[in-house]
Design a binder for this molecule. Structure first.
Ligand code: SAM
Length: 287
């Protein structure tokens, strides 16, 4: 028995990623597991059957969606308790990522059963991989709230995060969302619009946020399909703000560089590394 088979023999909840468009984007391990699963918990049974039929897999299905996740989780727990292998899939991509799944996983873990991830596609990571953005960090937002006030508040908080921001959006709201991103984050940040990833009409463009509304308006096809929107992080601040500079200089007069930077970081909330680099530069200036 090879490692892959051994791994999929045990009763557990297997969280299985499925394709986000191209049916070929499913791992060997995912197919193997779906073949031996005693039950496949899914969002939409018709959708799941389409995927399983494509691979000639006959597993019984159980619908688990936002509105019945708690009751369905109880059934799945019972099945795992009886020694069954339960697979959990969503309509597309990775369960639990802007999709149901997290509550089921929590219930299964709380009952002391194994939860085994079978990784694969996720639209966010797929878009990031081809975005060409070089931000060291990204912040996954998923869908912004639907209500105008809540969206604005969310964007106000997001605007200060020093990372690329990753959003999901549906076609009927993409124009409005891009307008809100422009108003909330400013036109100078770059946006990557990734639509229909892994599908026939896949399109990935990168442009300043200020130009994004015109791009969407230029062709009705640009507003069709499923979207990942990634906004590059804010431009790095030039130098320290005056207060951080003052605190750092005061501490540097009394303390070694490293200690001064550490304390200044605690006092001002500015990053230790940034303060350390500035402290070294200040020391060099005075030599
Ligand atoms: N669980 C999924 C994942 O791992 O990415 C996400 C599910 S969420 C309900 C659906 C959203 O994901 C869509 O509205 C869209 O924003 C994004 N998405 C899914 N498939 C996509 C694709 N092929 N191209 C672009 N975005 C996609």
């Amino acid at each position: 028995m090879d490692d892959m088979q051994k791994d999929i023999m045990a009763p557990a909840l297997y969280v299985v990623a499925t394709p986000i468009g191209n049916l070929g984007d499913i791992s060997l391990r995912a197919l193997e597991l779906l073949r031996v699963a005693d039950v496949v918990a899914c969002e939409d049974t018709r959708h799941a059957r389409h995927l399983l039929d494509h691979h000639d897999i006959k597993a019984p299905l159980l619908a688990v969606h936002q509105h019945n996740e708690q009751q369905a989780a109880a059934k799945l727990l019972e099945a795992i308790g009886q020694g069954k292998r339960v697979a959990l899939i969503s309509d597309a991509g990775t369960p639990g990522v802007s999709d149901p799944g997290a509550r089921t996983v929590a219930a299964v873990r709380a009952a002391g059963h194994r939860v085994v991830p079978i990784p694969g596609a996720s639209a966010a990571i797929t878009a990031l991989s081809a975005s060409g953005l070089t931000d060291e960090q990204f912040h996954f937002v998923g869908f912004l709230p639907a209500k105008v006030g809540a969206r604005r508040t969310a964007l106000e908080k997001l605007a200060t995060i020093e990372a690329a921001l990753v959003f999901y959006e549906a076609p009927h709201r993409v124009v409005e969302t891009v307008d809100d991103l422009l108003a909330g984050l400013g036109g100078e940040r770059e946006i990557v619009i990734a639509r229909e990833l892994t599908k026939l009409f896949e399109q990935i463009v990168r442009l300043p946020l200020a130009e994004a509304p015109a791009w969407l308006a230029a062709d009705s096809n640009h507003q069709r399909g499923e979207f990942v929107l990634i906004v590059a992080g804010p431009a790095p601040r030039e130098g320290l703000d005056a207060e951080a500079e003052r605190v750092l200089k005061t501490l540097l007069a009394e303390l070694p560089t490293k200690q001064a930077a550490k304390l200044a970081a605690e006092i001002t909330g500015v990053g230790k590394n940034e303060l350390y680099q500035r402290a070294v530069a200040l020391k060099n200036e005075t030599l």
